[in-house]
Design a protein around this ligand. Structure first.
Ligand code: ATP
Length: 445
């Protein structure tokens, strides 16, 4: 994880937030390559969940919803984690995650393990960030930043069913920021207080719920394989009955073997009819499906939910590689080309050769209309290749002497390091084809 954090910092994927003010723990800002990688993850998710299907539509609901939403959903009452304070070191810990935390005085020990530790009894701590709407700060103006995007979907079910003229099975997908006042954020982006969730609520007839629950576990596993995560680092873990949330009729975590061990990447839950029933009760608006023949029922909901942050960390960890090439070490991110921030680098071999530079600039200006590409003429060619390897750029097009003679360029493949010559005029098609091809991971199992 340290190597990933340092690469992200060095190459401007992710910066600690508010750094010039001393930082705000476990809060991050995204730099150029981080923004590009996040956009790619979001776009690939959206393609798979909305664009490539005809049974799911999109929504973008507000972050601050009516406070009654969170009473109905159970979050005001129950969205809590057990918190313990240490009277000695004054730190706070999640009582159910003590084995993941470090003692404030002796970091090699867990809280409670040294004779000096003096932990309080656990008490429940609500993870929602509170705020106030309007100029008066009283209980009537109290509101919350959403801790999940799902509730904004449930409360819009009626609008969507009417306007989209759909019947179950039908899904509504949403991507947006969620906020949780985590007691112990950490492990880089894995647990942060502000993150971007991608959630899809799939509304189905109750007797089909189990089948769709299994379907979505398989579908989401397929998405991770499609974008190159190693099979050996992915698994599905089904929750036991005791572990499941009160509303859940079945929950499975898609886990990734992060450097901190197997941990939840994405959750897939069968939420039953809990949410729609609660919102019907609290709002007085019936959230149900009424068929043309008058049949009516409250659909069950299957939910795959994940954050871009947890996917980004998994993809970076999975892609990171160091190897010796020609007696020099290179760091390479073997990201799937459709996730990689930059798709191709365009490099004039000799930066002082004005004709090479002119050809390279012209190619760059052609390709940047189609893809995120980079032009680089700074430094020795080997150094330029290594800079691109480090940010995971899958292809490099190099313009050299031969280009000036016969209009061909070299293409260098990030993973195999193979170089081939193609015609300069074929570069755009070459890149489009390469990005559209299914991609096989060259990583060890
Ligand atoms: P955990 O047990 O790790 O706290 P959770 O079970 O509370 O997670 P859910 O409520 O199921 O998480 O949230 C759905 C998804 O949102 C998670 O699978 C994860 O991808 C993401 N997520 C939740 N909390 C965070 C966070 N603090 N930082 C980054 N991503 C998060």
């Amino acid at each position: 994880m340290d190597q990933i954090v340092s690469l992200c910092r060095r190459r401007g994927f992710v910066f600690p937030s508010s750094e010039i003010y001393g930082g705000l723990g476990s809060t991050y800002d995204y730099g150029h390559y981080g923004v590009l990688a996040k956009n790619n993850i979001r776009n690939r998710w959206f393609e798979a969940m909305v664009q490539e299907r005809d049974d799911i539509v999109a929504i973008d609901s507000a972050i601050i919803l009516h406070p009654r939403v969170w009473e109905a959903s159970g979050h005001v009452e129950g969205f809590t984690d057990p918190l313990v304070d240490c009277r000695t070191c004054k730190l706070r810990f999640r009582a159910d995650k003590l084995e993941d935390a470090q003692c404030g005085r002796k970091p090699s020990k867990h809280p409670g393990e040294t004779p000096d530790c003096d932990l309080t009894e656990p008490r429940q701590f609500n993870l929602m960030f509170e705020t106030h709407v309007g100029p008066v700060q009283d209980t009537a103006s109290r509101a919350f930043l959403r801790p999940e995007t799902a509730q904004g979907i449930f409360i819009n079910l009626k609008n969507v069913l009417q306007i989209a003229r759909r019947k179950p099975a039908v899904g509504i997908a949403q991507v947006g920021k969620s906020f949780r006042n985590e007691i112990t954020p950490g492990n880089f982006l894995f647990r942060v207080r502000e993150f971007e969730q991608m959630e899809m609520e799939f509304f189905v007839p109750p007797d089909e719920a189990e089948r769709w629950y299994r379907y979505w576990i398989d579908e989401r596993m397929g998405w991770y394989r499609r974008y190159g995560l190693r099979e050996s680092k992915l698994r599905v873990r089904e929750h036991s009955e005791e572990e499941r949330s009160h509303y859940s009729r079945g929950t499975s975590d898609i886990e990734y073997d992060y450097p901190i061990g197997w941990s939840e990447l994405e959750g897939v839950a069968n939420r039953g009819d809990f949410d729609l029933t609660q919102h019907t009760q609290f709002s007085g608006t019936k959230l149900e499906y009424v068929g043309e023949g008058g049949e009516r029922y409250v659909p069950c909901v299957i939910e795959p939910a994940v954050s871009i942050e947890r996917i980004l960390v998994a993809m970076l960890v999975d892609a990171y590689d160091e190897e010796i090439v020609a007696e020099r070490q290179r760091t390479v991110l073997r990201l799937h080309p459709q996730i990689a921030p930059v798709k191709a680098a365009i490099l004039p071999l000799v930066a002082k050769d004005s004709e090479m530079v002119a050809r390279a600039r012209a190619l760059y200006e052609e390709l940047r209309l189609l893809h995120m590409v980079e032009y680089d003429d700074g430094g020795a060619i080997g150094r330029r290749y290594r800079r691109q390897d480090e940010i995971g750029t899958p292809f490099a097009f190099t313009i050299d002497d031969q280009t000036l003679a016969d209009d061909t360029i070299t293409v260098r493949d990030r993973d195999s390091l193979a170089q081939e010559r193609i015609s300069l005029s074929a570069a755009a098609d070459y890149l489009a084809d390469a990005l559209a091809r299914p991609w096989q991971t060259p990583k060890p199992a």
